[in-house]
Structures are given as C-alpha cells and as structure tokens.
Design a protein around this ligand. Structure first.
Ligand code: ASP
Length: 330
C-alpha cells in the first residue's frame, strides 16, 4: 500500500511538471537600447531600472500563469512601463521640437493577424490601450494625431493634458538638441545617448502570441515625424505560425528594413531560428547606418533579445520559469 501511495504521488508530480512545460508560456520585454554603459549609471538609477523591468515582466508572467491571454499580459506589462518616467513611452516620453509629447504605439495578435496602432497622439494616457482599441473597435489599423485622440475619447479611454507626459529630464534633452539643431536620442538622465521605447511579446497557454510597442519617438522630432513603432511589420509583428517581435532603435532604419516582419519571414521561409533571424535583421539595419535592438519569441516559446548597441534594457521569463533581467551587453 505504502509503495502504491508513493508511486501515485510521484505520478502526480510528474504529470504536474509535464503539463506546466506543455503550456509553454513565456514573456520578453525591452525598455530601449543604446549606449547604455555602466560607468554612466548611478547605482540608484540602475536599481530603479532593474526594479521596474522586474515589476513589468512579472506582472505579465503572472497573468499568463493564471491562464490569461497574451493580449492582456502585453497590455498590462506595457502600461507599467508607460506609467514610469524611466522610459521613452507615456510619461517621460522624448519631446518634439515644440517641447510637446507626441506618442506612437502598436499592438498585434498572432492568432488572426489583427493589429492596431496610433501615431502622434497628444492626450492618450496609455497609448497601448488605444492601439488595442483601434484593433478591436475600429475597422482600421492605424489612426494618427487628432483623429487618434478623438477616437480614444469616443472609446472612453483615459486622456490627460500633454503636460502630464513632460519631465524635466526630457525638457533638458530637447533643449540641448535644439541648441545643436539635431534630432537625437540624447538622454541627459544617464548622460548618454539611447533609445527608450518599450515593448513586450508574450505567448499564452493557448499558444497565442501577442506583441506591443510604445514610444515618444525621437527627441526634437519635427513635422509630424513618425518612426517605426506604429508601423506594423517594422516596429511590431506577431504571427502564431512563427513568432512575435518588438523593436527599439533608429526608427527610420527599422522602417526601411521592415525589421519585425523581416525576422518573421526568415523563420517562415528560411527556417531560421529566432536568434539567427534577429541577428541577420539587425545586421541589415547596421548596413543602412542604423542601430538598435529587437526582442521576440517563437511559437515554441524560445526567446531572443538581440541588439547592436552597447546595451538594452531587457527582461524575460522563459518556458521553464527562468527569469532574466539585464541592462548591459553580456
Ligand atoms: N524606434 C523609436 C523611433 O524611432 C525610438 C526608440 O526606440 O526609442 O521612434
């Protein structure tokens, strides 16, 4: 009898473990890439970044673990980063030449290739919510500037005055860039140059992949400049047949190289691994003169976090529950 009970308990443990790993849930996030060097970082600031990355990635992971959808994991994870002034998205966004915030975001679902995006919004508190709403509540994929704000108000999303997004650090950055008359990624906060877009990709227990990206764009941007983030296929892509991708970096080059879709295409047509495909696409970005990073996961839950800059704020929880949080290059 004792032997039988022990075998039964062992059987139970084994079947629990295998059903856990069969679920293959995983999540990966970025908070921007760039010349992020340890010597330019204070211990306090480093701890703040690590803490916020951990909070964001674990929030999404807990949703997935509880059986929630990849859509809600990506949404809630990105909201945490949009609400933090540490990143170039939502509050703390990079500012335009007019010293205003102009926000872009996109979202895509891998199960049906549904997608939504907004560009040049001035008042939407959490742009990722608006991107999802464009996907779910409109017949369109991309809404821009006043139209995006009008749509968000009509949908009852939270709006705030533009001043809500503006921080002293970003004002200093844009004023310096204006003095030098350059569009830049200068970040006075860490006395260095970097991108700060946020992004998240997740796969849920149903095997559905979702990707989202949110940004304030480039410092000192003019003339309604829009980067890669709200362009489906450039800054964001998801397809259950292969993978989900979110990018950060010099947006013009990510558009020209159609980076997020380029990675997916290499996996579908060329049988590349997500890591190989990401490295190849970043090489193409470098060839046209750009730089940045990409995060993604494939439909088995394999994660990649690649960049050709000195560092990238990044975190993940893989299919075995292993948590990784990193800032600098390995
Ligand atoms: N990719 C963004 C843009 O060009 C910038 C960033 O990643 O921070 O708008």
């Amino acid at each position: 009898m004792k032997k039988f009970i022990i075998s039964f308990i062992l059987l139970l443990i084994c079947s629990c473990q295998s059903s856990e790993s069969e679920n293959n849930i995983a999540i990966v996030i970025h908070g921007g890439a760039g010349t992020i060097l340890k010597e330019n970082m204070t211990p306090e600031l480093e701890a703040a970044y690590i803490g916020k990355l951990e909070e964001a990635v674990m929030t999404g992971y807990e949703i997935l673990k509880a059986g929630g959808s990849s859509q809600s994991a990506v949404k809630e994870t990105i909201i945490i980063m949009e609400n933090s002034p540490l990143f170039n998205a939502g509050v703390g966004a990079a500012l335009t030449n007019k010293e205003t915030a102009s926000l872009d975001a996109s979202f895509m679902e891998g199960k049906n290739l549904n997608a939504g995006a907004i560009a040049g919004s001035k008042y939407i508190k959490n742009p990722i919510n608006a991107a999802i709403s464009v996907m779910e509540d409109s017949p369109h994929v991309l809404l821009s500037s006043d139209g995006a704000d009008e749509f968000a108000i009509k949908m009852g999303l939270d709006t705030v005055p533009n001043s809500y997004f503006i921080t002293e650090r970003r004002l200093n950055s844009v004023r310096k860039a204006k003095k030098d008359d350059m569009v830049s990624f200068e970040d006075s906060f860490i006395n260095d140059s970097k991108y700060g877009t946020v992004g998240c990709v997740a796969i849920d227990k149903m095997g559905n992949i979702a990707s989202g990206t949110s940004t304030g764009g480039t410092t000192n941007k003019k003339w309604g400049r829009i980067g890669d983030v709200p362009i489906i296929g450039a800054g964001t892509y998801a397809n259950n047949d292969c993978c989900g991708i979110s990018t950060t970096g010099w947006g013009e080059h990510f558009i020209r190289n159609v980076v997020a879709y380029d990675i997916a295409a290499q996996i579908i047509y060329d049988n590349k691994s997500i890591k190989e495909a990401s490295v190849k696409s970043l090489d193409k970005v470098m060839e046209t003169g750009g730089d940045g990073g990409v995060i993604g996961l494939d439909n088995k839950g394999n994660i990649s976090m690649e960049f050709n800059t000195a560092g990238m704020y990044r975190a993940s929880v893989d299919i075995n529950g292993k948590v990784t949080i990193k800032i600098y290059s390995d």
